[in-house]
Design a protein around this ligand. Structure first.
Ligand SMILES: O=P(O)(O)OC[C@H]1O[C@H](O)[C@H](O)[C@@H](O)[C@@H]1O
Length: 549
């Protein structure tokens, strides 16, 4: 039986305490606890995390930790880390943390040291990328490869594409990358534009090697290559990343050019597996190793720190405080870094595919809302678009602000005296301050504002945020940030009592698309789909495509 956390005394105490503090303002919390801005912080590897601007007192934090303990977060964490089958609906271990264990470490799962397997693949990836980057690996015409095109979707795309953008300063050898994911042909056609088949290598990345989008794009890419260079060129221009060697061979890629991983790596947890091959191609094996070391530093923090000072536990529980007790639907992720422009999109799969579930592990319905909706855009762009709602709207949207001390690029300000990066960061600090403390009607009136305008200008404040600061976007820091969110997802999933590692909800749509596709194209009148909306939409489409019925 899965535990219903809401039936525990720890939860009831938390709920009762929430009733006491939920109407209080952050201004009051700071007035009565002036040290909280210094003390409600935690350092995890290179990350400095301030969680003081949350609508809670220290007692609420204590009770949240008590709930985490009552839910069995420590036991479940240890079970995951040692390789128990915590993905119960698929009866699988969940061992993305093993992907970043250092060489020489040992983790025996089902009588087998998985760390040795992980490093064997990393070594093969390293040898391949060394050859590619040094120009030893040549295409069919003898030219060096200058572009790798990753063909993958979901977990086989979002991680590499996000990290490639974030680590653009580490692209160092004349090999660059492009990423194609969508079944919309515009994606492949757009990304192949300007590429020379002779200098292009495709990485077909698919855990299952059955995903329609990826196999369709890979087939089209193969045609593009063969049309230009002939069938014999395929071997030098296609490699695969998958857990499914049989399917890879069927597709016509030599298993010698396949980089494997294992069923205990979930797609959305796989950027640090062979799925990161495209990233390794552009940043090199050493930088990729630093990326993995960053994940591992947070894994150790998560495994070893007491819950009271455990960053993923605290942030996961704070997320839950808002989603389950304040009824907040979403969390905004606001990196003050243009290079993290795809971070929110990456987190959407990680968090929402993991925790968007309605039943607990034993099949019983959950007893609280699950799956925070993650969304966001880099600052300062978001400030000129949706921050109005964050500041004055009626919804509560807790936000994660992410910023860096050192810029990846810097330029002078208008007068030439300052640094644009300083301006960027002053915006981050200003936004968290204004969200938390706002500006009262009295303060606005005292500035001589016309009385009828005062209500429009009131900044209510009491809008919570976490601030995550790091020295600089390096491969290690990026790994740390990802692992910080991976483990938050886990903590929340344990409290919900769900299986955070399956994704049954994506299957039916795939099946129905396969059923509908011939109906869009068949010459005769289509069979009814059973509902008048789908029938009419299909008819509309067939009409516009000249397939009149
Ligand atoms: O890597 P693949 O097997 O091609 O899967 C790609 C993606 O598609 C699936 O539908 C899942 O929802 C994702 O979790 C997965 O990352």
């Amino acid at each position: 039986m899965s535990l219903d956390i809401t039936a525990t005394s720890a939860w009831q105490k938390l709920r009762a305490h929430h009733g006491l503090v939920s109407d209080r303002h952050l201004r009051e919390f700071f007035a009565e606890d002036p040290e909280r801005g210094r003390e409600l912080t935690v350092t995890a590897a290179d990350l400095y995390i301030d969680y003081s601007k949350h609508r809670m007192d220290r007692e609420a934090l204590r009770l949240l930790v008590e709930v985490a303990r009552a839910a069995g977060v420590e036991e479940r964490r240890d079970a995951m880390l040692r390789g128990d089958h915590v993905n119960t609906s698929e009866n699988r271990a969940v061992l993305h943390t093993a992907l970043r264990l250092p060489r020489g470490a040992s983790l025996i799962v089902d009588g087998h040291n998985v760390v040795a397997d992980v490093h064997a693949v990393l070594d093969r990836m390293g040898e391949f990328t060394d050859r590619l980057r040094s120009g030893q690996w040549r295409g069919a015409t003898g030219k060096r490869i200058t572009t790798v095109v990753n063909l993958g979707i979901g977990g086989s795309d979002l991680g590499p594409v996000m990290a490639f953008r974030a680590l653009r300063h580490y692209v160092d050898s004349g090999v660059t990358a492009r990423f194609v994911s969508n079944i919309d042909p515009a994606d492949l056609v757009g990304k192949l534009a300007g590429l020379d088949p002779a200098t292009t290598l495709f990485i077909v990345a698919s855990k299952t090697f059955t995903t329609l989008e990826t196999l369709t794009n890979a087939t089209a890419a193969r045609r593009w290559l063969v049309d230009a260079l002939g069938e014999d060129a395929v071997a030098g221009h296609f490699v695969a990343v998958s857990t499914n060697a049989e399917r890879v061979a069927e597709f016509g890629i030599d298993p010698a050019n396949m980089f494997g991983f294992w069923d205990w790596v979930g797609g959305r947890y796989s950027v640090d597996s062979a799925v990161g091959l495209s990233l390794m191609c552009v940043i090199g094996r050493e930088a990729f190793g630093e990326f993995l070391a960053g994940f591992h530093a947070i894994d150790r923090h998560f495994a070893e720190r007491p819950l009271e000072s455990n960053a993923p536990v605290l942030l996961g529980m704070i997320g839950l405080w808002y989603s389950s007790l304040f009824g907040a639907d979403s969390r905004a992720v606001l990196p003050y870094s243009n290079d993290l422009g795809r971070f929110a999109a990456y987190l959407q799969q990680l968090t929402m595919e993991s925790n968007g579930k309605s039943v607990r592990a034993d099949g019983s319905p959950v007893s609280m809302p699950t799956g925070e909706i993650f969304w966001g855009e880099p600052g300062t762009n978001g400030q000129h678009a949706f921050y109005q709602l964050l500041h004055q709207g009626t919804r509560l949207v807790p936000a994660d602000f992410i910023g860096f001390a050192e810029p990846t690029d810097d330029l002078a300000t208008i007068d030439g005296a300052g640094s644009m990066h300083d301006v960027l960061m002053s915006n981050l600090f200003a936004q968290t301050k204004v969200l938390a403390f706002g500006k009262t009607a009295e303060e606005i009136a005292a500035e001589g504002t016309a009385p009828e305008l005062v209500p429009h200008k009131v900044m209510p404040g009491n809008r919570p945020s976490t601030t995550i600061l790091a020295p600089k976007i390096t491969p290690s820091v990026l790994g740390q940030l990802i692992a910080l969110y991976e483990h938050q997802v886990f903590v929340e999933g344990v409290v919900f009592g769900i299986d955070s590692f399956d994704q049954w909800g994506v299957e039916l749509g795939k099946v129905q698309a396969l059923e509908l596709e011939p109906i869009l194209t068949e010459p005769q009148a289509p069979a009814r789909q059973g509902d008048s909306s789908t029938d009419t939409l299909v008819r509309w489409y067939r009409h516009r495509r000249g397939r009149l019925v």
